[in-house]
Every structure is written in C-alpha cells, then in structure tokens.
Design a binder for this molecule. Sequence first.
Ligand code: BG6
Length: 494
Amino acid sequence: MTETLGFCQEMRPESCGFILFGATGDLAGRKIVPALFGLCEKKIAPKNFYIVLAARTPLDRAALESRLRASLTKAGFFPSRESFRAFLERVEYIQADYDSEDFYRNLLKRLGALDALSGVKKKRLFYLATPPAAFEPIAGRLKSCGLLFDPGDRSRWSRIIIEKPYGSSLENAASLDDGLKAAAAEAQVYRIDHFTGKETVQNVMALRSANSVFDATWNNRFIDHVQLTIFEELGLEGRANFFERMGLARDMMSHILQLAAITAMDLPATFSDTDFKAEKKRFFESVRPLDREAAAKQSVRAQYESYRDEPGVAPDSAAETFLAFKFQVDNDRWRGVPFYVRAGKKTGLKSTRIDLVYKKPGRGIFRSIDIGYPNVFSFSIQPEEKVTFSLISKHPGPKLCFVPRTMALDYRAEGQEAAGYPTDYERLLIEAMSGDQTLFLSSFEIRFLWEFLSPLLEAWREAPEANPLHPYPAGSPGPAAAEELIKKDGRAWA
Ligand code: BG6
C-alpha cells in the first residue's frame, strides 16, 4: 500500500437518520438507493444509521423489497442474501402525503422512535428527490412541524439535500431558492451536483495543489485553450418526460460549469468550505456572459436524428441533445484563453474529459514548422480514469527526428489499491453526513448558472434562424457545425 503524504482528510459521517422523499422516483432508484446500499456494503456508512423511504405510492414490505433489489441489480450490485438482509434491516417505508401536516407530524414521531432504537441523536438528513416545485412546500412543512432544528444548535442537526434541476428558468430558480431560504438556513441546504463528487474530479484539485509544475503553467502565458467534453453513449433512458422539458443545456450546464471551475479557479488558501467557495465564486464572476449575439456566434445546439422516434418525444420536438459553445474568462490568469465545451447524448462513446492545450513552440527550429500542439494535459474523468501529458520526444536512431509521446498515470490502478472508495453519490452523502458543504453548490452558484444559461436559451427560442437546431447521426460526435465552431479559430477538438 502506498504511503500517503502529510495531508490526509478523512470523511467522518455522523450517526444519523436518512429520509428520502420521492423514494419511488427515477433518481432515487437509479442513484440514491444504490448509493445508500454502497455505503453500507463498503462499511463507510455511519455506525448508527437508519433509512426512511417516503413516497406517495402505497407499498407493502414485499413490494418495497423487490423494488430495492431491482434498483440495486440495475446499478450493478448483486448482494449476497446476508448483505441484502442487513441493508433491509436499516430501511423502512412510509407512504407520504407531502401536502398534509399529519404526514410530517407522524414522521416526527416515527423519527423520534427510530432515533431511540438506533442510537441516533436527533441528526437527520432529508433528501428531496422530488420535482423542484416540491422543495419549498416540503421544506416549509419540515420547518413548521418541528423537523428542522435551529442550525446554531450543536447537539442536533437537520439538513436538506436537493438535486438539480434547480428550477427551469432564472426567475423560477430564484423564487425556488428564496422559498427554500425562508424555511432553511444556507448552512442546512446541500445542493448536489454529483460531478463534484467524482474521484477523478477531486484529483484535478489534488494535482494542481501539490504539483506546482502544473498549476504554475495553467495560465494565458502557457495555455492556448481549454476543452471540456461530456459525451454520453446513452440516449434518453426512458426520461423523455424530463428531457423534453429540460433539453441538454439545462440538464448538463451545472456539470459543465463545475468542471470548468475546478479546472480553472485559483487555488483556495485552504480546502475549507468558505475558502473553496469564495475562490469558486471569484472564478464564476470572471466568466464573460454570452449575450444573444455571442450565443449565435459561439454556440451550437443539435439533436440526434432518431430522437423524435423515441417514446414520449414530440414529433416536432426542439429539445437539444447536444451542445457546443465557447466562452472566455476575464481574469489575469485566463484572459485571452478560450474555453471550448462539448456535451451530448448518443455521441457513440462515453467520455468525460478536460484537456488543457499548451501553446505551440514558436521558436528555434520550430519557428517555421507547425507541429501542432505537442503538449496537452488531459484528465479523463470517466469511464477511463487517467491523467496524461502528451509531449514530443526524439525518435531513437536518426540524428534529430521528433515523435509524439504520452506520459500516463492510470488512476484506476491507484483506485484498486484503495478498493472500496466511494462513488460520486456515496461520497456526497457522506460529506453531507459530515456537515461539510465544500462540494455542494452555493445559492450564488445556482443564480450564476441561470444567468449564464438564460441568454443562450433565449437566443435559441427567439431567434431560431440564427441558432438552428442541427441534426447529427446517433453514434457520431455531434454535427459539423460543432467542428466548425473550433475550426474557425484554427483549432480542433482533442
Ligand atoms: C445527470 C443528467 O445529472 O448526469 C443525465 O441528468 C446524465 O442526463 C448524467 O446522463 C451523467 O452523469 P454520469 O455520472 O453518468 O456521467
């Protein structure tokens, strides 16, 4: 086992009750239930820990158990009889009526009883895996029925986790956030973007902080441009209802902006929640907004050709399944360095990556020869977990002959050494149980997200001729217009 160096922050989840609202929904089934099971299975769940699943659907115990098993199997878990039993022992189901005070009062009593049974001292994490319109009414009732404690009280706590989409427009997101704030203090609200919980995304920060050779060159003196790619092989996966309303830009912009911030923000003085968020905020404040004119010139929206044949999709749907755009950051570090982004569904492969492309050599023998961009620092976030640096080396043999080479650090091999490390959702649940908000989004970030996104959406909606919805074949890396977006600047996608 490799020895760790000096700085090693441990996750310390406190014993608590976990209450999942919307427990029969898609998010709960695909992500939250498997993450809860994973935490128990990997023995990183807190010592005393119970789970209350709540949803409107009436479910008896047998139906609950078979649903849980199905969702674990779908997520790739095949638990032994004993470990499934052990998980079930922690779980109970309550039929919810989110609009009725009686439901919350009964919940309050039940949680009191479960606290006593499990040795949990009034510490509760509420996960609202519900549509965003329900966040405010649920939070309000949690508060009025005594389920939200005063955040200043150190002996007990209650926290609320919410999940994107944080609204559907700037106005709607602002009113949703105001409503939430009326019930819960900012210190109690944990807004998830699961990309921040990915092991390799955290590695970007770790590498930058510990290896000054990288971070010191990540600026406009050395870097020509930055590329962010979030490609998915999958299409809708039965989520037409959600996707038809959202489209890819609303669905993915939070992930894109988080990747951009983690790559390009200045390093915080410490990894404390406050320092980290303050630096991230400064970065977002430097991102130059895309106005409608810029949207037409610097963004491409597209839809894969068979999208309208998917069940539940309107025959004239204008929902985009692909987005490419360019943006600039107006600060001393990045002024003049374009950031190019591509994100799409059905692009033929799953690939989330960050590429920092260094400037071309322009001196000496390379003054008049263009050898492209020899140095690219790349983070493959998923499915490969790799850090690579490409460079030019001498070809062995002839007197002086150059060849491209790549240095690689396979993070997966390291990961195997640390077997049982948490997945993105598992990590974020643990962080919330530890009371650490560093990886969660602030209210400012939600507002910024919508301020950034809105002109783009408006331009698409109100000037469709200037912003056409391009078709692209399913299984291809997007439309020709996305190639053109970067090509017209004399560059190419990595
Ligand atoms: C979710 C989006 O937030 O992220 C999905 O709603 C998308 O549409 C998913 O597929 C991608 O996440 P991951 O972790 O599977 O890459």
